[in-house]
Design a protein around this ligand. Structure first.
Ligand SMILES: Cc1cc2nc3c(=O)[nH]c(=O)nc-3n(C[C@H](O)[C@H](O)[C@H](O)COP(=O)(O)O)c2cc1C
Length: 374
């Protein structure tokens, strides 16, 4: 019996040796750490989002806050008010070029963001694809800081802008383009549909959820506190997983066969399996790697492989979307429940009728015996 499964998958023509990518954020902050993640076995990497103008990016300290469990110190939710990369654009171009030379078979996705200007988006796409990266992820979803400059989520929550900006990028991109969507909308299928209409080759989801991680009850100040003040930030980690799963499920159901790169609270291979079951074909991990280290890739692949072997799934495609048909409407749940109850009652009635018949047959037999003996 095999003890490991084939974790490779081809998405948009890109062959991933395993479906685990490090999600855009601190884990992909420069070429050196990205190289380390490849050495450890990650199948792909989405670099920290960058733009052509790093001078406008000024981060604060602190910029993270953690929500811990009541009974343990475990971090269940994580909030950040971090912006995109503040590294010079030219450094990014050098790093990406070198990474593709050193690791030609590893998948490298460039996460990019620009202001609402066609020339800016088309310039970054033209120049970055020259480095040899495999794909783009358009950050249309960062929920804090950047929206003040009409970037990130300010674009992603507006379907008309999503379609238009994705269209600009697709006019010049020669490699696949994934649109990374914000979860801070009522119906995630609307902006996802707009991205696909604009020509996106895949959807990445979810970015962080707008949050206020907590108030310090001594100082009465919101956290993370910068000079006594704060702003709502982006929530990630374990706590967001159910919300991410719901949104992936909705988008997958509305768009069968569209590649989805799922993320939000993935920390184990079993968490990842649930995203595949709901239609994702790759998964990304950001907070999990920040909290537990890049080395978790070993556990992630072992656990996903165990899940597949236990279920006798030979490849990821064998179970991508397999749990989607089990979602229905509330009305249908009520109908199914009623039908199941009726079926049970009728089965019970049949058994009871059978028992009556047995008793009756027994009575006849006894009476017959009595007659004969008398
Ligand atoms: C500190 C931090 C910085 C992040 N920076 C980026 C970013 O630059 N670009 C981006 O698209 N997403 C960014 N994200 C969002 C993650 O890529 C991911 O969408 C989100 O955190 C949910 O996944 P997770 O629970 O595995 O972290 C960041 C997340 C964190 C925690």
């Amino acid at each position: 019996m095999t003890t490991t499964a084939d974790l490779s998958i081809t998405v948009n023509g890109m062959k991933f040796e395993n479906p685990f990518l490090l999600g855009s954020g601190p884990p992909g902050t420069n070429g050196k750490v990205i190289a380390k993640s490849y050495d450890l076995g990650w199948g792909g990497m989405v670099c920290k989002t960058f733009s052509t103008d790093a001078d406008k990016v000024i981060n604060t300290t602190p910029r993270y806050a953690k929500l811990r469990g009541r009974a343990s110190e475990e971090v269940i939710g994580f909030q950040n008010i971090e912006l995109i990369s503040d590294r010079p654009y030219a450094d990014w171009l050098d790093d990406l070029r070198q990474l593709k030379q050193q690791y030609p078979t590893k998948i490298l996705v460039a996460s990019i963001m620009e202001e609402y200007r066609k020339e800016a988006w088309q310039r970054i796409v033209r120049e970055v694809q020259e480095t040899g990266v495999d794909a783009f992820e358009m950050n249309l979803s960062c929920p804090h800081g950047l929206p003040e400059r009409k970037m990130g989520m300010a674009m992603g929550e507006n379907p008309d802008i999503v379609e238009e900006v994705v269209g600009w990028v697709k006019e010049v991109a020669r490699i696949p383009v994934w649109a990374k969507m914000t979860p801070n909308v009522g119906n995630p299928t609307v902006p996802a549909a707009a991205a696909l209409k604009g020509g996106a080759d895949g959807i990445s989801m979810i970015n962080t959820i707008l949050s206020v991680c907590g108030i310090d009850l001594k100082t009465l100040r919101p956290m993370p506190t910068v000079e006594g003040h704060s702003v709502p930030g982006g929530y990630s980690g374990q706590a967001v997983r159910p919300i991410a799963l719901r949104q992936v499920m909705e988008v997958a159901r509305a768009n069968p066969n569209v590649p989805i790169s799922g993320m939000g609270g993935i920390e184990t291979g079993f968490d990842a399996a649930q995203f595949f079951l709901l239609g994702a074909s790759t998964v990304q991990v950001c907070t999990g790697a920040m909290l537990r280290g890049y080395e978790i890739i070993g556990e992630l692949t072992t656990e996903l492989s165990k899940f597949m072997v236990d279920h006798k799934f030979a490849s990821l495609r064998d179970f991508i979307g397999k749990s989607l048909p089990y979602f229905t409407t509330h009305h249908d749940l009520v109908d199914r429940q009623r039908a199941a109850r009726e079926q049970k009652e009728s089965a019970r009635a049949k058994i009871a009728a059978g028992r009556d018949a047995e008793t009756w047959k027994g009575d006849i037999a006894r009476e017959t015996t009595d007659l004969v003996t008398n």
